[in-house]
Design a protein around this ligand. Structure first.
Ligand code: PHE
Ligand code: CA
Ligand code: ZN
Ligand code: ZN
Ligand code: ZN
Length: 286
């Protein structure tokens, strides 16, 4: 698969940290920091040649926004989607949760745009708002689709917390509409020598609305408030008996709260999925 540059990915995270610093310390739905995050991501995507849409919806924090970006081309009539939530909690800047998924998906999109690849499917990237209030942005997006739009979406792959400072490598296993994405993610980890485990995220992220709509989903996760076991530390390194992310939903979730090797490996995983799904014969995803 492609090498998505980790230094460019980390540079987006530094910009998201600066946005929080300049706007009262967070990027939560309804805040100036969220609006600046939307402007940052949309600006980069527009400059790269994406067709972007800002979709408005109501949330408990007032009006919020999703950013949706399509790469032009793709004539199969099928859409492959990749997404991450763009908002933070109110307690902090949200750099691992979920600047990491945002930066990984954004840099993959920008690298794809420069690559000269010719997709057969429509490649769509989504940056969701108000995830932290209860998955409002992704739920609104799926609810707004016509039945034809819904059936055109062949896959949704989610990236929420992919650079935890004491990382694990977890692959979602709650894919009631088929395990094709899960199996492609684990095959990629196998190919690059990353040991992995399944996790059941129990609908706790933005793939949940896609599951409910009957769309095949999947995702990867580097761990949150759960504790890393000795067996997991033996497998992945890091600290046994400590949380995967000790700053989960706290003010210390800053640009220091990252494992850059996990960021690199997981961003390259996004790259592998985008490159392969852009031209995938979608009758084979189930
Ligand atoms: N969605 C959760 C949050 O943003 C974290 C999470 C990610 C949980 C992935 C499960 C799987 O706080
Ligand atoms: Ca890389
Ligand atoms: Zn969160
Ligand atoms: Zn999250
Ligand atoms: Zn691969």
């Amino acid at each position: 698969g492609p090498d998505i540059p980790v230094d460019a990915t980390k540079a987006h995270l530094d910009q998201l940290q600066k946005i929080a610093d300049d706007n009262g310390g967070n990027r939560a739905a309804g805040s100036a920091g969220y609006q600046a995050s939307v402007d940052y991501v949309k600006g980069k995507l527009d400059e790269a040649g994406f067709t972007t849409t800002v979709q408005e919806f109501d949330s408990p924090n007032g009006t919020s926004y999703n950013v949706i970006a399509d790469w032009p081309g793709g004539t199969s009539g099928k859409v492959v989607m990749f997404g991450s939530h763009l908002d933070s909690v109110e307690e902090g800047p949200g750099i691992n949760d979920n600047g990491s998924g945002t930066a990984g998906v954004l840099e993959t999109a920008l690298t794809y745009a420069k690559s000269g690849e010719k997709p057969t499917n429509t490649v769509r990237f989504a940056f969701w708002g108000a995830e932290e209030q209860g998955l409002y942005g992704s739920t609104h997006y799926v609810d707004s689709l016509s039945s034809g739009d819904t059936s055109a979406i062949a896959s949704y792959t989610n990236f929420d917390m992919i650079a935890s400072p004491n990382p694990g490598y977890f692959v979602y296993d709650d894919n009631s509409n088929g395990n094709g994405i899960r199996d492609d993610l684990t095959a990629h980890y196998d190919e690059v020598g990353v040991k992995w485990e399944y996790t059941d995220p129990q609908g706790r992220s933005d793939h949940a609305a896609f599951i409910d709509a009957g769309i095949p989903t999947g995702g990867v996760y580097s761990g949150g408030e759960e504790t890393k076991s000795q067996a997991q530390a033996d497998k992945w390194g890091g600290e046994a008996g400590a949380e995967f992310d000790p700053c989960y939903h706290q003010s210390c979730d800053t640009s220091q709260n990252l494992d850059l090797d996990a960021l690199d490996k997981n961003t390259d995983t996004i790259g592998a999925m985008v490159w392969s799904y852009a031209t995938k014969d979608l009758n084979t995803i189930t």
